[in-house]
Design a protein around this ligand. Structure first.
Ligand code: PTJ
Length: 255
């Protein structure tokens, strides 16, 4: 199908077409389309832009990743399809960053497809293709991790995650940075540092912040972050935007 760039929602249509195509190749699971639709709905409510509190969260996330001894970013099918280039930029901006495949719907073939997508985008080292360790108390395949990556990480960046693993990672004493447009999700609620923003925007800002010369923080010294405040701000933004929409246009009484 040909998409017209003049369509008011052209970019959204292009993204959907890309994801549908990646479902056909097996990189993305059909459930990934549902997850994307949910994300789009929240992005709509947030105004389809990075809200200031999310921008601040991303700056603190960059500091945490620099201060980490072993930072890792976890990549699933949706993330590989939408943001492989941005993940490669993160790796270039922070050479110690581990990039690990982690799938909810895991199969050896999908893990290899994610690896291939990441390598084609320029990622040099891809962990987790053949898992070598297991996170305790997590029944899903997300528990299968790399002994050189998430298993030993102190800071985990987990875009489009599920709440269970966020909680499991925290229970192991790891700091979790999430990227999720839904401020009500269990992931956003459980993360130490929730970034309520769209994946590509958030990772682009993060790579920019990692490149900005701000000196190297001492290992293990993390700036404080008010996670509850960030979530409240995202919810308040949604509520404000909804109020704007439901207010009747001037001169026209609401029926
Ligand atoms: O590739 P797999 O097998 O690991 O599966 C990946 C999915 C995404 C299917 C799996 O992790 C899943 O089911 O995720 P959930 O539980 O639906 O959660 C995804 C969350 O990401 C939801 O809260 C969405 O609002 C959010 N989300 C979706 N798209 C975006 C997003 N957040 C930021 N940017 C997006 N583009």
């Amino acid at each position: 199908m040909r998409l017209s760039p003049r369509h008011p929602r052209y970019r959204s249509l292009v993204t959907r077409a890309l994801l549908a195509d990646r479902v056909r190749s097996g990189l993305v699971v059909p459930e990934g389309l549902i997850a994307h639709g949910r994300g789009e709905a929240f992005d709509y409510l947030l105004g389809e832009r990075t809200i200031p509190s999310a921008r601040r969260a991303t700056r603190v996330a960059a500091q945490w990743l620099r201060a980490a001894r072993r930072p890792v970013v976890s990549v699933n099918g949706n993330v590989a399809a939408l943001a492989a280039r941005e993940v490669a930029r993160l790796e270039r901006a922070l050479p110690g960053l581990g990039v690990e495949v982690n799938l909810f719907h895991r199969s050896p073939r999908r893990a290899r497809l994610v690896e291939r997508e990441l390598r084609a985008a320029g990622v040099r080292t891809v962990l987790g293709v053949r898992p070598t360790a297991r996170l305790p108390r997590l029944p899903s395949d997300r528990a299968r991790v790399d002994q050189r990556g998430i298993a030993v990480a102190d800071v985990c960046l987990v875009p489009l995650e599920d709440g269970d693993r966020t909680e499991a990672l925290r229970a192991l004493g790891k700091r979790v940075i999430s990227v999720d447009l839904n401020p009500l999700s269990r992931t956003s609620r459980a993360a130490d540092l929730p970034i309520v923003d769209e994946l590509v925007r958030a990772l682009t800002n993060l790579a920019h912040d990692l490149r900005s010369p701000r000196g190297n923080p001492a290992a293990g010294r993390f700036l404080p972050f008010d996670a509850a405040g960030a979530l409240q701000d995202a919810e308040a933004t949604i509520a404000r935007n909804l109020r704007k929409r439901v207010r009747p246009p001037p001169g026209r009484p609401r029926r």
